[in-house]
Design a protein around this ligand. Structure first.
Ligand code: F6R
Ligand code: MG
Ligand code: MG
Length: 393
């Protein structure tokens, strides 16, 4: 009798073990960023802010909330790159990021009177999900392949729509990505999820079939923003942050300075195809007072160019590469720290000169719809009563 029940017990344990083992572990990469004050205007994160953030995330790691992390900055934005096994939109992971920003703000930004301390923390209390509270979030959950290289892009002095053009080139333009033509596993294209940030609705579109419809939307990057990208078979390929701070706050509180995660290689665009899209420093909205178009300049994260100086810019992008291995981050490697991008930077400087000659004129300065949330309406309000109606016949 006893022998029989021990046997049954072992059989049950066996089945359970097999079930546990066969359940594939998924890793989530979560990147959460916020501008919570910076050194000398809106220029650069203070080293102490990074130090305190690291300590907070170490506690989160020891408590099993996250598996690994890397803390860095892009200009005046503090960037928390984390891996874990709790899926996207996990309350504990988001809360850890929120508490980290709060702690850095209380322990460093406020006492040092850093400029615009706590700027992106638009809410007083955490309410389950950090989305809509100020910080920007990009998350991608996936089953790790045999080897899983990812690139985390982080930009300063621009908005989430800044990724539209490079992401289109990476995943839909065969003149950028040779693999779209050469690699049969990419031949059937990619699915793009685009968010209408004004209406709060999203739509999925498939390329190459719906390429022209997709372009009709994403050519308006202030409204339609690339959010997620999947390969035709559903494999998660990229995720971008979509926060529009001004839409949350109803006024200008700094640009949204987006982040983006892109998976690379083996049936996805190669690292070099992904980076190639940034060799052309396209025009993005942001720069001085979040009110100007300027070229997005690819720069090294660590060689001293990761800070916005000229006219508070020009807008910048950094790229860190990691291998995601059993939910740990191996790396990073500083991908734009390469003389091959020198000419892109030189071109960006030339474009910056050309645009700056326009001073306060459009199209250097943004159009009226995008100036709605800045301080310009206050100036126009002052002039309102001085306008006299004239007969235009
Ligand atoms: C752009 C940005 C800066 C500020 C500018 C004025 O995103 O953060 O260009 O808008 O330095 O800042 P305030 O109004 O704080 O003096
Ligand atoms: Mg700032
Ligand atoms: Mg910033």
């Amino acid at each position: 009798m006893l022998k029989q029940s021990i046997k049954t017990c072992f059989k049950f344990l066996d089945i359970t073990m097999v079930r546990i083992m066969s359940k594939t572990i998924k890793t989530t990469v979560t990147v959460i960023k916020a501008d919570i004050g910076s050194l000398v205007g809106h220029h650069k994160v203070h080293p102490k802010q990074i130090e305190v953030a690291k300590k907070c995330l170490e506690v989160g790691k020891n408590n099993g909330i996250i598996e690994d992390f890397f803390v860095t900055h892009c200009g005046d934005d503090l960037e928390l790159i984390m891996t874990h096994r709790h899926g996207e939109n996990n309350q504990k992971v988001h809360e850890l990021a929120w508490n980290t920003f709060k702690e850095v703000n209380e322990k460093v930004s406020k006492p040092l009177k850093l400029y615009a301390a706590g700027q992106d923390l638009l809410s007083d209390a955490f309410s389950g999900n950090i989305r809509g509270m100020g910080p920007g979030v990009a998350e991608l959950e996936f089953e790790e392949r045999g080897s899983d290289p990812i690139i985390v892009f982080m930009a300063d002095k621009t908005e989430p729509g800044a990724w539209n053009l490079p992401l289109f080139k990476i995943f839909a333009d065969p003149f950028n990505t040779a693999g779209l033509v050469i690699d049969p596993s990419m031949h059937d294209g990619f699915i793009f999820e685009v968010l209408d940030v004004i209406e709060g609705k999203s739509v999925r579109m498939k390329c190459p079939e719906e390429m022209y419809d997709l372009l009709a939307l994403i050519g308006t990057p202030s409204r339609y923003v690339m959010f997620k990208i999947f390969r035709h078979d559903g494999l998660p390929a990229a995720a971008a942050s979509t926060t529009r701070l001004s839409l949350i706050a109803g006024r200008y509180v700094g640009k949204d300075d987006p982040v983006c995660i892109v998976r690379a290689q083996h049936g996805l665009p190669a690292v070099g195809e992904i980076l190639e899209a940034f060799a052309f420093p396209h025009l993005v909205a942001g720069w001085m007072r979040g009110s100007h178009n300027g070229p997005l300049m690819p720069v090294s994260a660590f060689n001293g160019s990761n800070k916005c100086t000229r006219f508070d810019g020009p807008p910048r992008v950094i790229a860190l590469g990691f291998q995601v291995t059993n939910s740990k981050l191996i790396g990073p490697t500083d991908l734009f720290d390469d003389p091959a991008f020198d000419r892109s930077r030189a071109l960006a400087n030339e474009i910056a000169d050309y645009l700056r000659y326009h001073g306060p004129f459009m199209p250097h300065r943004l159009g009226p719809e995008e100036m709605e949330y800045t301080t310009l309406p206050k100036v126009l309000e002052k002039l309102k009563n001085r306008f006299k109606t004239i007969d235009q016949r």
